[in-house]
Write a new protein. Sequence first.
Length: 441
Amino acid sequence: MRTLLLSLGVLLAFPVGAQEAEHGHEAHGSPPAQGEHGTGHMGHEAREVQSLRDIPLMRRGSGTSWQPDLIPRSMLHGQVAGWGLMFQGLLFGGYDVQGGPRGDSAFVGIGWLMLMANRELPSGQLVASVMLSPEPFTAGANGGYPLLLQTGETWQDEPLRDRQHPHDLFMELALSYSHYFSDTWGLMLYAAPAGEPALGPVAFPHRVSGWYDPLAVLGHHWQDATHISFGVLTAGILTPKAKLELSWFNGREPDEDRYDLDLRAPDSFSLRLSANPTARVSAQVSYGYLKGPELLEPEVPVHRLTASATYHAPFGSNGFWATTAVFGRNIEGEEAPTNAFLLESSLDLDGHHVVFGRAEYVEKAGHDLVLPEPLEHSVFDVGNLVLGYVYNLGPFGPVRPGVGVRGALNLVPEGLASFYGSRTPVGGMVYVRLAPAGAHR
């Protein structure tokens, strides 16, 4: 299995024929020039960041995480009373089919919508953000949408398996302030009743490398599951190319009521070092201690270690290529440590035709997969290989639609074949994708 995943990983990471092109820089709070909301040539290469005030707005990924400065525009912009308003989001709607005895099928709606308000101050920058998800209404039946080998969170007081839980209605309610002591260093503060601590990479729904894949990664609860935490305080030291952050937060996972704020006193902490050495590259390493994340086992702590790297590059005159590699490791109570590896990539060939793929290898315990008691503490090597295609239409006014198809070959060991019907159960989805027309993609 590892050999097969590595082979696809090489293909994902090094697509043939990636070419140089240029992409426009966009400073904090600066709206794009007239006419930039359409498709066409991508402008100039993002310039080297020398000052904190030169950091492009689109470096902000999810929460306070960073992604490369070179990125397709993915926002609609406006100005109101000295505030820059930015709207972004992704919505998917389609038919999800997962095969085998543990599979299911359903019409689902997946995605998120976000409004940010940004104000430049003499000594720094203030940003407020609100992010909502329709998934409690559109993907919440039976605990979430079908997804073979997925685990994490609960439904009707039982652990979920082979389904992805819906995201909460309130994905983020946050306020952040960056204070510049000079052009080269500053202090960042982030407070959120619903938000993301400094743990892990940019969360999977928000990564450019995953923009076109509607379904969650299998290693979500090893890598970026804390991207919705109800109660987060983060402080960090900033330079133009690096950031060191410390978070104190509520480590408990959201409950089954997806419409409220599950506020609790902070009981967990994390530390993350991020670096953007060039406009094309972003990397991070992080560690988190989660006191009791599981609703059904609140006395069991988890130590989580993650590392990731993302690379963005233009492709041809109108295309774009984005790739992310992520490693996550959980040490859960007295259980043996388990690991998760992910490589995902999306390649926009010309502004209309997009191919994307994903390769994963995850070590999952029997209790995660809700197996019978004799297998609860066994660890199983599982994974998947995903390939998909999207054709982008339009744009039509403020919206750019696309139509897509996704196929997945799931890989399980012999010990799980009887549960899944084979060692290679498959899944697929056909869908419509909606994105802001402000994005070149």
